[in-house]
Design a protein around this ligand. Structure first.
Ligand code: NAD
Ligand code: UDX
Length: 480
């Protein structure tokens, strides 16, 4: 059995590495058009940071796990082809700003049709609009007569930062296929791969459309929880309630549950916004404007939360941050990843730069080049494979410096914005930090990681999301 995965990204790389580890008799090849990515997968410095990933890759690379740019050869030889390419939001044309751009998926499907000489199971691993399998089926069967292609939907539920743990011990694996005998046979073949390490009760088999839609629905529900708690955080600040206490109180209701109720500066990541916009577009196309508007609100509240944070920073600092140094601690969209796609830090930094602040940014896993690129890129441009090529244009912004040490970022700053919940930000020597800053010294904690009362004792003015406000902040209300 040979598996080939098109797309060596955050999903394709870790997912295939775990399949290779758990199924030593299967040869797994991950292919990509981006040569720098493949070179990195074949080196000691993997292209993505993910706890535990190095270990898994080291155990099977060169044995039954390979990374290659020879896309056509490996697709031709495979029995199962996973497609895990980008499905970004369209930037122009019909549905721009909402619909999923299936250019990369379609070109992968056409290539599969062109090079196939034997029957194949083609697996949608990318997150796609519901009914994509039908379009893919047409492309494959119209372009390649005499070869049987069976399309399966097998969406991925891993979260970054915990990808390896999620893959080792998934809540569920979802496989959707046609309800024909061939479709059911294909489902069984893929199920047998996962059965190497996932118990039968956790492998859910559905029809194609349910599997495709379940992925969008899962991300919409998860993001909706965050927007709900973030909406509550605004009300907490206005009333003196504490959002952590509210989250705990509602989370102990077993019907609600405790997870995904952490108020924050806003959710980020490559999936939530993109997938909800995609869902909104599908609802609109199906004549369901009320349903579309319901989900759109999740994004609106997320944008409101990021704006609210910027406004709070500016209004607290005498309504201007012009020329003031502000330290940005954390740029990745969550801890334990170097991924910055749709990170709230981009919008917060752009908001502060718009008010002419000088930013000094530190993140333990994000390079200066990446930050500079992110701050100069247009919305939605980030998820197109061209960004992986070294030739992408980058504009340097003189208002921004990127440093490799939190204390250096903070020195002489008027304020600190904590935008990623890296553990090391909890353990900084805040007395030393206070002494090195301009006064009054502000901390705006976008992740509720610091002990605000301890910091207040030192002398800081502290803003924590959704917590009772310092008298200073009460006197300078932020207008969202
Ligand atoms: P990514 O950008 O990290 O990787 C995609 C890769 O596909 C890139 O390396 C790109 O060069 C390659 N590619 C694009 N077109 C190609 C082609 N025609 N031939 C060969 N390679 C090609 O993206 P990702 O985060 O791995 O996401 C991939 C898909 O998985 C998306 O649909 C995403 O929504 C979904 N997903 C992502 C996550 C996540 O946490 N990142 C989780 C679940 C699902
Ligand atoms: C998400 C889904 O969780 C995963 O199942 C899917 O496959 C891909 O999209 P990911 O984006 O990698 O995973 O990370 P996730 O842990 O979901 O966090 C997304 C964003 O929400 C981050 O910015 C995180 O900081 C934020 N978040 C998460 C909150 O603000 N509060 C929370 O309680 C949880």
């Amino acid at each position: 059995m040979k598996i080939c995965c098109i797309g060596a990204g955050y999903v394709g790389g870790p997912t295939m590495a775990v399949i290779a580890l758990k199924c030593p008799e299967i040869e797994v090849v991950v292919v990509d058009i981006a040569a720098p990515r493949i070179n990195a997968w074949n080196s000691d410095h993997l292209p993505i940071y993910e706890p535990g990933l190095d270990d898994v890759v080291k155990q099977c690379r060169g044995k039954n796990l390979f990374f290659s740019t020879d896309v056509e050869k490996h697709v031709a030889e495979a029995n199962i082809v996973f497609v895990s390419v980008n499905t970004p939001t369209k930037t122009q044309g019909l549905g721009a700003g909402k619909a999923a751009d299936l250019t990369y998926w379609e070109s992968a499907a056409r290539m599969i049709a062109d090079v196939s000489k034997s029957d194949k199971i083609v697996v949608e691993k990318s997150t796609v609009p519901v009914k994509t399998a039908e379009a893919i089926e047409r492309i494959l069967t119209h372009n390649r007569k005499g070869i049987n292609f069976n399309i399966l939907s097998n969406p991925e539920f891993l979260a970054e930062g915990t990808a390896i743990a999620d893959l080792f011990n998934p809540d569920r694996v979802l496989i959707g296929g046609r309800e024909t005998p061939e479709g059911q046979k294909a489902i069984k073949t893929l199920k047998d791969v996962y059965a190497h390490w996932v118990s039968d009760d956790r492998i859910l088999c559905t029809n194609l459309w349910s599997a495709e839609l379940s992925k969008l629905a899962a991300n919409a529900f998860l993001a909706q929880r965050i927007s709900s708690v973030n909406a509550m955080s605004a009300l907490c600040e206005a009333t003196g309630a504490d959002v952590s206490q509210v989250s705990h109180s509602i989370g102990t209701d077993s019907r609600i549950g405790p997870k995904f109720l952490n108020a924050s500066v806003g959710f980020g990541g490559s999936c939530f916004q993109k997938d909800i916009l995609n869902l909104v577009y599908i609802c609109e196309c199906n004549g369901l404007p009320e349903v579309a508007n319901y989900w759109k609100q999740v994004i609106k509240v997320n944008d409101y939360q990021k704006n609210r944070f910027v406004n709070r920073v500016v209004s607290s600092m005498f309504n201007t941050v012009s020329g003031k140094k502000i330290a940005i601690l954390g740029f990745a969209f969550k801890k334990d990843t170097g991924d910055t796609r749709e990170t709230p830090a981009i919008d917060v930094c752009k908001g502060l730069l718009g008010d002419k602040a000088k930013l000094s940014i530190y993140d333990p896993q994000v390079t200066e080049e990446q930050i500079t690129r992110d701050l100069s890129m247009k919305k939605f441009d980030w998820d197109h494979p061209a960004h992986l090529q070294p030739s992408s244009p980058v504009t340097n912004n003189k208002q921004v410096s990127v440093v490799w040490d939190a204390y250096e970022a903070i020195k002489d700053a008027h304020g600190i914005c904590i935008l990623t919940e890296w553990d090391e930000f909890k353990k900084l020597d805040y007395q030393k930090v206070y002494e090195s800053m301009q006064k009054p010294a502000f901390v705006f904690d976008g992740r509720n990681v610091v002990d605000a009362n301890k910091l207040r004792e030192i002398g800081f003015i502290v803003y924590s999301i959704g917590k009772p406000l310092d008298s200073w902040l009460k006197d300078m209300p932020a207008v969202a």
